[in-house]
Write a protein that binds this ligand. Sequence first.
Ligand code: ZN
Length: 164
Amino acid sequence: MGTRSVIHVRETEYGAEFVSIYRHMDGYPRVGGRDLKEFLTGYRIVNGVPLSLSGCVACGVHRQWHEKRDHEFVQPKVANGPGDLASQLVTAYKRQHDVYLVPFNVEQWPSYHYFVWLDGDWLEYDHTKNPAKIMLKCVRRHDDKVLYSGPVDGFDPLCEAINV
Ligand SMILES: [Zn+2]
């Protein structure tokens, strides 16, 4: 039996939802939360990706001119707003984990819910002066306990052991 979880990417904490990703296995914070933190850490959220930030991590070539290379495009950790972040999360997770998209109002059956959002109006962010902070909340379903809520950098995958 898997430990089921759903990752919700939202515009704000309680705002419009871009995507809900269902992960069948290993949803508890020690693994599911850890993986999510690892994915999100280091991301820069921008409003309009400058060419200087959009090249392949391996070779520097822009995606548009990358197709004839001997390797797959390696996505830089840059997202053009929350919708781009959400689609990159789906792409990366589908390659690595057993995940599906689900309707955003599922509440009953996953054991853990993870919420990802940005701490303000992303349209005001730029990649140099005013980077967006990515926020993460982890809720355990059976007692609705918020195991963590705050900047993703501060998330501790062992939070469940502390918040018994
Ligand atoms: Zn490349």
